[in-house]
Design a binder for this molecule. Sequence first.
Ligand SMILES: [Zn+2]
Length: 217
Amino acid sequence: MSIKAEIMKSLKTEILTLKLKPGAILSETALSERFRISRTPLRDVLKQLSLESYIDIYPKKGNLVSFIDLESVEQMIYLRSVLEKEIIKALSAHLPLKGVHELREILDKQQAVIDEDEDSERFLGLDDAFHQSLFQLAGREFLWNLIQQTSVHYARYRRLHMLRKEKLVDIHNEHQTILEMMMHKELDQLDELIDHHLREDINSRYLQENFSEYIKA
Ligand SMILES: [Zn+2]
């Protein structure tokens, strides 16, 4: 990987995991010292991060980690719920046994995280793994990857919601229900379930009360 690609990757990870918080200033001086890179290639990295909505570049204020844009979150939830409903319908018509095992294994691991009270970071990774498996099993991994490239706002929004421990049990139960629905081909409640699962009320008081400083005004 080129140096620029490596720096890009570290900064993206730090932004997505909220180590670098929305609104944090990314000073060129500090970054060029930290990564031992000169200004010109660093600016290329920053420009790319800005094109991908990870940061916003202001002529006077400098480079700021982007605030979470709830409009973008809403659009991403819409896209995912439309796709995932279709994917689950397709899978319920033909769900290979291998897929059942794969999904069960992920659910067991999620249960273990809940039981052992591990951090929600691991749970979040397993949540992605569950949804990614659905896309893969339906032959739609290309779309999964496409979505990942544009979900900087949605990814951070989800991470904030999962800081609440009680959410994890709900999420695990809903995954369980999704799997059972596919296995028994009982899809009457599917739309409702997926809407609830993906659409955590995006203007929720929880977010406004605890993280309003991260939200784009
Ligand atoms: Zn999920």
